[in-house]
Structures are given as structure tokens and as C-alpha cells.
Design a protein around this ligand. Structure first.
Ligand code: SF4
Ligand code: SF4
Length: 179
């Protein structure tokens, strides 16, 4: 054994180095624990929290009852009951819309599938409940979540793209062909 190694063994060098690291941490202690729920960590903008149904800026529901979200969901969370808008046979809407959030994987496939961006994922995650029936949400509940999570709303599609978007616009709004 070399002399240096022999001295290190004699003075318990490794133990002293370990104690130094412990003492350094103790003297320069900075807590990293957050006092949840009083303190909360900022979430990334693309956080996938509770789902919500969205409206346009004139309070109209965005959902057109197309059922694509229901088809895209791998976990059978969504049930859409589609119907014609009364008096406007080319327009449809979700007469009833249900989500069983006990089954949701928060994968976001329903949001991606929606052709009119009627679904959004919020930053809400504190949805622990004692009764899981409280996680079966209806359309009004999902719209209320959207209202509070997305206060800035888009204009209706036909006003965003006046030259091209005739999707789900009532027949009377479509310009007539030239004679
Ligand atoms: S986030 Fe995924 S699992 Fe949840 S409702 Fe949407 S598609 Fe279904
Ligand atoms: S939320 Fe979107 S995909 Fe689902 S039914 Fe409504 S318009 Fe269609």
C-alpha cells in the first residue's frame, strides 16, 4: 500500500468526505418542499388536466355533435347525443354530452380529433372526490369548466374564415351561385 493511501485509511478519509458533504448541505440548507395546497408548482402550458367543453366569444357552444371525440377515445370516456339545431337542418349540436372521468387517461386524443377545437385540456388537477359518481360530468359541467379555464375565446369559425368556412353553417347563410 502506498503511503498516501495508508494515511487516508488511517484518518478515515472517505468518511470525512461524506461528513463534509452532509455538513455542507446542512449549513446551506434550502428547502425544496412546497407547502401544498398553500403553495403550488407552476405547470407547463401543455399540461393535460381536466377536460372542458369550449364556447365561442358570443357564448355559442363550439361542439357540433360530430362524435369524432367519442370515436377517438381509447377508453370510452365520452358519450355524445347529437341532434339538429331546431329550425336549422344543416346544423347539429351536442344535445347531451357526458364524460366519465374515472376512465380518462388524459391522452388528449379527443382534443386532437375534434374538428372545431371544442375540447380543451385545462390546468386543473385537484379533482379527487369521495364519490366517483361526481366524476361523471354532463355538458353543463364541462362547459362551466371551459368557461373558467379558457376566459379568452375565439370568434365563430365563419367569422374567422369568411371565404372558406361553411362548415356547420345554416343553409341560408351560404352564398347562392351566380345564375
Ligand atoms: S383524454 Fe384520452 S382517455 Fe380522456 S377522454 Fe380524451 S381521448 Fe378519452
Ligand atoms: S367535442 Fe368536437 S369531436 Fe366531440 S362531438 Fe363535439 S365537435 Fe365533435
Amino acid at each position: 500500500m502506498k503511503f498516501g493511501e495508508w494515511v487516508k485509511t488511517l484518518i478515515f478519509y472517505e468518511i470525512l468526505m461524506g461528513m463534509k458533504a452532509t455538513l455542507t448541505h446542512l449549513l446551506h440548507y434550502k428547502p425544496i418542499t412546497l407547502q401544498y395546497p398553500h403553495e403550488k408548482k407552476p405547470l407547463p402550458p401543455n399540461y393535460r388536466g381536466m377536460l372542458a367543453l369550449l364556447r365561442y366569444d358570443d357564448e355559442t357552444e363550439k361542439c357540433v355533435g360530430c362524435d369524432l371525440c367519442e370515436a377517438a377515445c381509447p377508453s370510452r370516456v365520452i358519450q355524445v347525443y347529437s341532434a339538429e339545431v331546431p329550425g336549422e337542418p344543416t346544423k347539429r349540436y351536442a344535445k347531451e354530452y357526458y364524460m366519465d372521468m374515472t376512465r380518462c387517461l388524459f391522452c388528449g386524443q379527443c382534443v386532437d380529433a375534434c374538428p372545431v377545437d371544442a375540447l380543451g385540456m385545462t390546468q386543473e388537477f385537484e379533482w379527487a372526490v369521495y364519490d366517483k359518481r361526481n366524476l361523471q360530468l354532463n355538458k353543463q359541467q364541462l362547459l362551466a369548466i371551459g368557461d373558467r379555464a379558457f376566459p379568452v375565446r375565439e370568434k365563430r369559425i365563419e367569422f374567422q374564415h369568411p371565404n372558406v368556412a361553411y362548415f356547420n353553417v345554416s343553409f341560408g347563410d351560404i352564398p347562392q351561385k351566380d345564375a
